[in-house]
Structure formats: structure tokens, C-alpha cells
Ligand binder design. Structure first.
Ligand SMILES: [Zn+2]
Length: 232
């Protein structure tokens, strides 16, 4: 029997093509359960070893400067004055970049909210350290809103087959609305202006672009003619 996709000859025990991964299927033949022609592979793959090695080195590279900063600060100032910012930034970078590498196939639906939670925690620390008073009224709602929007987009793209035009169109419109929210919160928190000045432009751009995507998604003939012209 041969692979329907790539034509390689298959052993009777094969259920998927070893070369291209296509499922072995013949509608008329019931395939006998033969023994595999080779023993199962229990070897440790070299890429797994080098992966954990790289992760160890990167963890040490993050941990070392963070600890050194904290110790220096403690010795010089008798407490945590500036080192909290440095250690926090290193920790934040670690969560954003290295933490997903711990997993073979990191799920963005989990890591996007985790990243935004880490960013929010770091901002909370800065706010408390400098007694800014802007976390609850500005940093938290902005971080949460962007995090929620991105998480929703990532989750929809991952778990809903198709419908990308609706997803990205809706996301663009919401992102425009987010700009208005951000300017409103800036005005409330820092008292710069009373009216909305700049956020109208990103809102207009988001609504126009998102609306275009939605129109393309809804109007089937338009979508087909665009598909023929631009191959998307
Ligand atoms: Zn094949």
C-alpha cells in the first residue's frame, strides 16, 4: 500500500504516513494489525537536551543580575530603593520571553493573559513605589482592556475555524474604542484636557478599517472577486 499524498510505500502497521503525516486510509480494505517493523524510539532527542540547557542558562542570566541588583541596593541604601524596578523589569522580561519556552507548544490563549497580568503587576509595583496613584484609575483598566481584547482575538483565531475577517474587523473597531477609553482615563487621572482630542483619529481609523473587513466578510460576491484579484 502507498501513501495517497506522497506515494511512499507503507508498512501494514502504519496508520499515518511516516514521511508526510497523512492518515493511511483505504475504503475497501480493513487493515490488519501488524507489528511495527521497528521498535519504538525511546531515545532522548538532542533538541530536548539543548532546549533545557538553554532554558537553564537563560534562567540563570535573569536570576543573577536581579539578585545582584537587590543585594547592591540593600548594601548601599539599606533597603529596596531602585533595585525593585530593575528586578521587576527582569522578571517581566522573563515571563514574556522565557516562560513560553518552557512549553513545547505554548498556548497563546494562556500566555497572553499571563503576560498582561505580569505587566499589570509590574505597573502596580511602580505605582506603589513612587506613590503615583494612577494604577487603579489608569494602568489597571488600560492593561486589562488591551489584555482582554488580545486574549479574545487569540482565542477566537485559535478555536474558531474561519471567520477571520469578522474577528479582525471587530477587533479593529474595539481597538479604536480602546483609544477613546485610554484618552478618557488619561484625562480623568492626570487632568490634562477636559475634552477628547486625539483619540477620535484612531477610533475613526479603526471603525473604517474594521467596517471594511466586516463588509468584505458579509458581502460574498465582493469577497470572491477580491479573493480572485489578491489571493487572500
Ligand atoms: Zn505520505
Amino acid at each position: 500500500m502507498y501513501c495517497v499524498n506522497c506515494g511512499v510505500e507503507l508498512a501494514d502497521s502504519e496508520t499515518v504516513c511516516p514521511l508526510c503525516g497523512t492518515r493511511v486510509f483505504h475504503p475497501d480494505l480493513s487493515r490488519p494489525q501488524a507489528d511495527a517493523p521497528y521498535p519504538p524510539d525511546h531515545h532522548v532527542k538532542p533538541e530536548d537536551v539543548s532546549r533545557s540547557g538553554i532554558l537553564f542558562v537563560m534562567t540563570m542570566l535573569a536570576l543573577l543580575p536581579a539578585v545582584i541588583c537587590l543585594l547592591c541596593d540593600w548594601r548601599i541604601n539599606g533597603g529596596i530603593v531602585w533595585s525593585g524596578f530593575a528586578a521587576g523589569a527582569i522578571g517581566l522580561l522573563y515571563v514574556l520571553i522565557v516562560l513560553p519556552m518552557w512549553f513545547k507548544r505554548p498556548n497563546p490563549v494562556i500566555f497572553v493573559p499571563v503576560d498582561f497580568a505580569a505587566i499589570g503587576l509590574y505597573l502596580l509595583y511602580i505605582d506603589l513605589a513612587v506613590k503615583g496613584g494612577w494604577f487603579l484609575s489608569f494602568a489597571f483598566p488600560v492593561t486589562a482592556a488591551i489584555g482582554l481584547l488580545l486574549t479574545a482575538v487569540v482565542a477566537l483565531v485559535r478555536y474558531v475555524r474561519g471567520g477571520y475577517l469578522y474577528i479582525f474587523g471587530g477587533a479593529l473597531i474595539l481597538a479604536g474604542g480602546l483609544a477613546v477609553l485610554i484618552e478618557f482615563l488619561i484625562n480623568v487621572t492626570f487632568g490634562i484636557h477636559k475634552a477628547l482630542l486625539w483619540s477620535i483619529y484612531p477610533l475613526a481609523a479603526g471603525v473604517i478599517l474594521g467596517g471594511m473587513l466586516l463588509v468584505i466578510a458579509i458581502c460574498k460576491p465582493l469577497r470572491k472577486s477580491l479573493h480572485r484579484k489578491f489571493f487572500f
